[in-house]
Design a binder for this molecule. Structure first.
Ligand SMILES: *[C@@H]1O[C@H](CO)[C@@H](O)[C@H](O)[C@H]1NC(C)=O
Ligand SMILES: *[C@@H]1O[C@H](CO)[C@@H](O)[C@H](O)[C@H]1NC(C)=O
Length: 374
């Protein structure tokens, strides 16, 4: 009979760890460059709950060195030389000092290593809201290098909170499970609507932390996000699939430093509900372009304001560029839903099979007296 090793998880009491206070950027040892002592490792397995500085772990956690091989796959780490892998049921957590009631966005990089479906569950405690955790399917469909950065947002319900990332899978092979690297936090400010723009955060300047490293490939904003807890303040991701937040350090961005890329066709829609006065004329203006990321071909963005709609075509050569578009309409309700999605599915021309799509930026909604004045 095959011998089954049973690992008993010793629950480590949460006593003496001092919470660090963070600024926007990596959490203390957020890229796992400081690792366990050799005596606390058995192969790659981390043997004790507190041997990774600043972190507490539970379950089967491996300390991974960049360049290490798994079967015939070479494991590459996006930041520095080390990362951790969460086996089935494993968890890592860290206590940090924050400002109570403030909104924060957490960005982390993850990669899957086995063929099975892998997921990560991100949560904070304490949390006054029920069911407020983020369940992320870890797929390698968005970036070319196999690593994606994901964002999740929360409101701090205490001055000291604990951030946990958990692999909830219960598959047979304990060594399967996503690799995680680079966990960062950023304070989120909620831009207000102004007379110059009835939409909040219409230029997408406010959003999650994007790693300032050369391999940075934007941040995935997961689907089914409500606007009060969105890592993209003001906006709802109301689709089945994610959208990507991109920055001008790494991509071509039409206006300012940030924009979004509609990466999953009709399955990735972004929306905002705006207060409008019935009978009042409005103009919705925006720009559509491409991110200079090898996303080539005909593109089409559909913009809706309530029942009104405009289709904007854009022919991308994958080298950056944009065009302006607008939709004039008369409000028929006290609340108008503004929605954007991409009609066409596009895949990058680099043979990676990664989904990509049109860039949307500089979205403005104005109330105007007469439509023909524009
Ligand atoms: C939390 O989730 C459970 C199971 O999905 C559901 O039954 C419950 O109503 C949810 N609670 C809240 C407050 O949303
Ligand atoms: C995710 O974590 C939260 C907080 O610990 C928990 O309530 C929830 O049930 C978890 N979800 C899954 C699918 O494990």
């Amino acid at each position: 009979m095959k011998k089954v090793a049973v690992f008993v998880l010793l629950l480590v009491s949460t006593t003496s760890q001092i919470a660090s206070s963070v600024k926007d950027g990596l959490l203390p040892n957020g890229n796992f460059e400081q690792g366990p002592k050799a005596s606390e490792l058995k192969g790659t397995k981390v043997m004790s709950g507190k041997s990774i500085p600043n972190w507490e772990i539970c379950g089967y956690v491996e300390y991974i060195k960049s360049g290490q091989k798994q079967d015939d796959m070479l494991l590459i780490v996006p930041q520095g030389a080390f990362a951790v892998r969460l086996g089935n049921g494993a968890l890592i957590k860290q206590k940090i000092r924050v400002i109570k009631d403030m909104f924060y966005s957490l960005t982390f990089s993850a990669s899957r290593t086995c063929a099975q479906e892998e997921r990560l569950n991100v949560s904070v405690s304490p949390n006054n809201e029920q069911n407020d955790s983020g369940l992320f399917p870890i797929q390698t469909m968005y970036s070319s290098n196999g690593w994606d950065s994901y964002a999740w947002a929360f409101q701090a319900d205490a001055h000291v909170i604990e951030i946990s990332i958990h692999n909830p899978s219960v598959e047979e092979d304990a060594v399967c499970g996503p690799i995680i690297d680079s966990i960062a936090l950023k304070t989120l400010y909620h831009p207000k609507r102004t007379r110059a723009n009835l939409l909040k955060n219409g230029n997408f300047e406010e959003g999650p932390y994007i790693f300032p490293i050369p391999t940075s490939d934007g941040v995935i904003i997961p689907p089914e996000i409500e606007d009060d807890h969105s890592p993209l303040p003001g906006w709802i991701i109301e689709s089945l699939k994610a959208i990507k937040h991109i920055d001008s350090e790494h991509f071509s961005v039409p206006q300012g430093k940030r924009a979004i890329e509609l990466i999953a066709g009709k399955e990735s829609a972004v929306a905002q509900i705006v207060k409008t006065s019935i009978g009042r004329n409005h103009v919705l203006s925006f720009v559509v372009g491409d991110a200079n990321n090898g996303c080539e071909g005909p593109m089409m963005v559909e913009a809706f304001a309530g029942k009104n709609m405009v289709m904007v075509s854009y022919n991308s050569n994958g080298k950056g560029g944009f065009k302006a578009a607008r939709l004039a309409f008369r409000a028929e309700s006290t609340r108008t839903r503004i929605t954007f999605y991409s009609t066409i599915y596009t895949i990058k021309s680099d043979n990676s099979g990664s989904l990509c799509g049109p860039v949307l930026d500089d979205v403005k909604l104005l109330s105007v007296r007469k439509l023909h004045h524009l």
